[in-house]
Design a protein around this ligand. Structure first.
Ligand code: PMP
Length: 436
């Protein structure tokens, strides 16, 4: 019985319980751009679920593909056996990004991140660089909740109760600079020089101790922080100079969010590994993956046998149902040209985001592709309260937004129509005007 009167036993993160129990919001069904709630509301999805439902909700093609797979081959042991859907999927994925010739399957973004970090360490060993054990992340980066991810992640509050993290991790400074970049459309003009901080870390620790740097090309979960023009290119150049691997965490930016297949395509910067999840299966079945650039796989295969043991993998790596879901999703993306569609809608989206300039409480607006952010002035003495009220107000008016701190983040399914975009920003504008 999915009614708010029947909320035990509870499955949410412990601290989320308190707030949720005060005001339960149960979603009972979904179709295309909308959710239905337990109390009969129709809610326009401004966040693609949690940045994942890029092809829209409850797509029949995906359900049918998963059903057909499950009645044909439900499971194949992940280590000793293969199955056709997994090969088909890895082929389809590497065709999307020709510089990458290998895909490692996981079950979530967090697992994809751990996988990429471990591959980077093992690869450095495989090429005789075993002293490279340091991993670098970036302040305000989010890489999931595994120990690898929270160590390289740049959200101090996510790791402080968990004691010592991975050793030898350092963080590049974040690039979010409201003073220099507020209200800029698209990429910030200022801040690319912050990539030079990687040189400072290299000078501090010696490049020969650093295995990899992981960054989100666009930091999503911490408030849609866009990379300054030239920043990612600079990072790539410095990594090349010192033999450091560059990992793009594309769990959010992958699969069309920026109006290109991946951020690597959008920015024209090729990292050594790419992590993805979310849009990989449209959110319907847990799955993550790591794209590995040409040469990395060969280094393992060409190392003398038994010198490099990379024991890593999951019971459900490449499980048939997830592969079938992903193949159906990739087919929809292609058939409906959803990445191109996102690129075509991006200017309309940009105007809609920036139409809120001058609205009460708004101190910055950001956009790229079909991602956006509205940064609010924190209420004095009560940071995050204003954004949370905005979330509640929008929900009341039938629009789902996401807040992180005092930032509203937006990422609609890529099937969004202009009328939906209008509704999202009209609603947010009205709600912001009405709150203190
Ligand atoms: N990396 C990034 C960039 C993410 O945005 C997320 C999820 N928001 C993760 C990793 C973790 O993914 P998951 O929640 O599937 O473990």
């Amino acid at each position: 019985d999915a009614s708010p009167n029947n909320l035990e036993p509870f499955w949410m993160p412990f601290t989320a319980n308190r707030q949720f129990k005060k005001a339960p919001r149960l979603l009972v069904s979904a179709k295309d751009m909308h959710y239905q709630s337990h109390d009969g509301r129709t809610i326009l999805d401004g966040t693609a679920g949690l940045w994942c439902v890029n092809a829209g909700h409850a797509r029949k093609e995906i359900a049918e593909a998963v059903g057909a797979q499950l009645t044909k081959l439900d499971y194949a042991p992940a280590f000793q056996m293969g199955h056709p859907a997994a090969f088909q999927l890895s082929n389809t994925l590497t065709q999307m990004l020709p510089e990458f010739d290998h895909v490692f399957f996981a079950n979530s973004g967090s697992e994809a991140v751990d996988t990429a970090l471990k591959i980077s360490l093992a690869y450095q060993r495989a090429i005789g660089q075993g002293a490279r054990t340091r991993l670098l992340g970036r302040e305000r980066g989010y890489h999931g909740v595994g120990f690898g991810g929270i160590s390289v992640g740049g959200i101090v509050s996510n790791r402080k109760v968990f004691g010592p993290m991975l050793a030898g991790v350092d963080h590049l400074p974040h690039t979010h600079d409201l003073k220099r970049n507020a209200f800029v459309r698209g990429l910030p003009e200022h801040g690319a020089e912050l990539a030079d901080q990687l040189e400072r870390i290299v000078a501090l620790h010696d490049a020969s101790t650093i295995a990899a740097v992981i960054v989100e090309p666009v930091a999503g979960s911490t408030g849609v922080l866009l990379p300054p023009k030239g920043y990612l290119q600079k990072l790539r150049a410095i990594c090349d100079k010192y033999g450091i691997l560059l990992i793009f965490d594309e769990v959010i930016t992958g699969f069309g969010r920026l109006g290109a297949s991946f951020a690597t395509e959008y920015f024209g910067v090729v990292p050594d590994m790419i992590t993805c999840a979310k849009g990989l299966t449209n959110g319907v079945i847990p799955m993550g993956a790591v794209f590995v650039r040409k040469g990395i796989y060969d280094a393992f295969m060409n190392a003398p046998e038994n010198t490099i043991e990379l024991f890593h993998g999951y019971t459900y790596s490449g499980n048939p149902a997830a592969c079938a879901a992903s193949l159906a999703v990739l087919d929809i993306y292609k058939r409906e040209s959803l990445f191109e569609r996102a690129a075509e809608l991006a200017p309309y989206w940009e105007d809609a985001v920036h139409s809120l300039k001058g609205t009460k409480h708004v101190i910055d607006l950001r956009n790229l592709g079909l991602i956006g952010a509205i940064e609010l002035e924190p209420r004095e003495g009560k940071p995050t309260a204003r954004a949370f009220e905005a979330f509640l107000g929008c929900y009341e008016k039938g629009v789902l937004i996401r807040t992180t701190g005092d930032i509203i983040a937006l990422s609609p399914p890529l099937i969004v129509q202009k009328t939906h975009i209008d509704q999202i920003f009209d609603t947010i504008g009205k709600v912001l005007k009405a709150i203190n």
